[in-house]
Design a binder for this molecule. Structure first.
Ligand SMILES: *[C@@H]1O[C@H](CO)[C@@H](O)[C@H](O)[C@H]1NC(C)=O
Length: 289
């Protein structure tokens, strides 16, 4: 009987610890975001519907693609791969690339790519094609050869709250955006209180990079109107701008941030309560023995 009681309490403690650990994970996930300098922050992912079979040639080639990108990313910020192309088993062919943001150090680039490799299989398990964008790097693979093909498709956009009637802000923003369109590869720009940067895939010519960014900038203006901060990601390039200080004060940046914080606090408090309740019930049991 006593033994039963004890193992019962132990089970409860384990359960409570697990629960609070999960809540801790959940709340820390919610609080990590906002700063443009944190390379590993998730932006978007896309997965094919089609899945490959475990143990297939495709899986073998995917694993060698992953190790190739990780080792290459400590040397260069962009690389592309065609694995199994022209081999006897075309089912396993993989085309893929990675691109680090142009201002990352080689070490930061390889850390970011390694983090992408670890995440892409979790976000898109067994996918025949997948892409993942983190703050600091982009990783993509497909079964079909997409390398070097023009792609202005919109992958992701995010627009913040609007700025009202601030002529100076819009003038500065337009300066930044037109400067970004002249990027060849990677470019940072600022004007007054507006900052921004743009990035193209490493295999684009200067002319193709500019025309991709012209499209991205057009979409930023059309889709995000008068946003204080916005980003648009196309197939081969992206452009972002923000009002200075925007990312330093995540509490002010949007209602979503506030909601996220509140949920994180509630989750933390609930986690604490769960532990407390179990401890109290144990104390009562040992006192009543
Ligand atoms: C794949 O192989 C074909 C035929 O050999 C070749 O024309 C093509 O350029 C290769 N693609 C890549 C990305 O290497």
């Amino acid at each position: 009987m006593l033994r039963n009681l004890q193992s019962h309490s132990i089970n409860r403690i384990i359960l409570a610890l697990r629960l609070s650990f999960l809540l801790f994970l959940f709340s820390s996930m919610l609080s990590i975001h906002g700063s443009p300098t944190r390379a590993h922050i998730f932006i978007y992912a896309g997965c094919s519907q089609e899945k490959f079979q475990p143990g297939s040639p495709f899986e073998g080639n995917l694993n060698s693609f992953f190790s190739s990108v990780v080792s290459s990313s400590s040397q260069v910020t962009y690389n592309s791969f065609a694995i199994g192309n022209g081999s006897s088993s075309p089912d396993g062919t993989i085309f893929g690339l990675y691109q680090c943001r142009g201002d990352l150090q080689p070490r930061e680039c390889s850390q970011c790519v390694e983090s992408s490799v670890n995440q892409i299989g979790l976000v898109c398990p067994y996918a025949y094609g997948a892409s993942l964008q983190l703050e600091g790097c982009h990783l993509r693979y497909e079964h079909n050869d997409f390398l070097g093909k023009p792609d202005l498709g919109l992958r992701f956009r995010k627009c913040s709250r609007a700025v009202n009637n601030d002529v100076e802000f819009f003038r500065r923003r337009d300066d930044v955006l037109s400067d970004l369109q002249a990027a060849n590869g990677f470019r940072v720009s600022n004007s007054g209180l507006v900052e921004g940067y743009a990035q193209c895939l490493g295999d684009l010519s200067a002319a193709d990079c500019s025309s991709c960014l012209a499209d991205a900038v057009g979409k930023l203006k059309n889709l995000c109107g008068s946003a204080a901060a916005a980003h648009v990601f196309l197939g081969q390039c992206y452009a972002r701008y923000w009002e200075s200080g925007y990312y330093d004060e995540p509490a002010d940046s949007s209602n979503n941030d506030e909601a996220g914080k509140t949920v994180a606090i509630i989750a933390g408090v609930l986690g604490g309560l769960a532990v407390l309740v179990v401890l109290l019930s144990m104390c009562r049991k040992s006192a009543g023995k």
